[in-house]
Ligand binder design. Sequence first.
Ligand SMILES: Cc1cc2nc3c(=O)[nH]c(=O)nc-3n(C[C@H](O)[C@H](O)[C@H](O)COP(=O)(O)OP(=O)(O)OC[C@H]3O[C@@H](n4cnc5c(N)ncnc54)[C@H](O)[C@@H]3O)c2cc1C
Length: 378
Amino acid sequence: MNLSKKPEILIIGGGVVGLSIARELRKRSAGRITILERGAIGREASYAAAGMLAPQAETDETDDFFHLCNESNKLYPGFAEELLAETGVSIELDRRGTLYLALTDDDVRQIRHRLAWQRRAGLNVEHLSANEARKLEPFISPDVREALFFPNDWQVENRKLLAALRKYAEINDIQIIENTEVKSLLIENKRVIGAATGGEKFAAGTVVLAIGAWTSLIKADGLTMPFVKPIRGQILYYRTAKRLFGTVIYSPRGYLVPRLDGRILAGATVEDVGFDKSVTADGIDFLRENALEIAPSLVNLEPSESWAGLRPRAADGLPILGAFPEIENLFIATAHYRNGILLAPLTAKILADAIAGNVESKYAKIFSPRRFLYAKAF
Ligand SMILES: Cc1cc2nc3c(=O)[nH]c(=O)nc-3n(C[C@H](O)[C@H](O)[C@H](O)COP(=O)(O)OP(=O)(O)OC[C@H]3O[C@@H](n4cnc5c(N)ncnc54)[C@H](O)[C@@H]3O)c2cc1C
């Protein structure tokens, strides 16, 4: 085989997941690392995201997925501090908490159910009256009936996080190759030996697949690739002269994320429409309606910008993490669906443990691609 490049570790996909794994591997001196990225680094789902770190708002029970989210969230203060020291880039970790509003009878039932399981689990959650919620956030709707406050659900500026991770790669000798789409994995005797683009082959001792919504498009002989679907999310933002909100604010239908610079992100649609990243008029109407339900005073503002991204979702809605059982030295980290920003630091540690430490963490067992070996695509 004519091999043009010979990294020891090849990471395919330069989103938040691939970049975070590269950093964690470098910190463990794991050898030469190359990231192959189809387009530009960090311009897909990770760029489109809202940056909420919200285990208590995003999960429905204290199952393994909740623990994964919660543990990853706890890593964020250290992650943010380290990245600042390593790169000089602040990722704007904002720990003012998250408010979850009830505006209808159904919402009240829903948030009380959430309150009950979270209290049973000993989580930090406060039940607020409408007045208490308005004291915290004066611009929320007069129709708010009651609310939950999660002091430990935070937000981060995900585009700054991507910039920090890229800078880390650049100053730590992690090779980044953009505009290079991997078409297939090279496998010999049940062992991965590299990856191929249309015209080029890259040899590697270890390969990590971190290609998000595009996971199922990669070809690999003798491998059952887990099925991962793109789920479109449209999002928009308003620009305000002064910051209107302190916390992230959810309703059961949408959310507002106030950024430090005065932007307010309003998200997000959840659409099963294939690899189509268009922003639609219906999508914008939906987002505006939900934003105005939370904060009617936004009515006179026109959205400044809107975009869409593709969340990677597995058949069971859960992440896929760790080693492929049937192919040696091949690893995967994908299907983070709605929580890939939140899950990036712990995903990186789980993968680095498996690759550099040869240790399968409990989460790599639970969220292993093994579970799809005999399953059919949905
Ligand atoms: C609107 C929206 C809001 C969201 N809000 C949040 C939030 O508030 N909090 C949160 O935690 N998560 C959120 N998410 C989810 C989060 O964005 C994703 O889970 C996360 O970005 C997935 O990261 P990734 O690195 O796996 O994927 P991506 O960022 O999509 O990166 C995958 C990379 O692989 C590259 N690639 C694909 N195929 C190939 C190939 N064959 N060869 C080489 N490279 C390839 C792509 O070009 C891409 O750069 C949101 C998502 C959307 C769309």
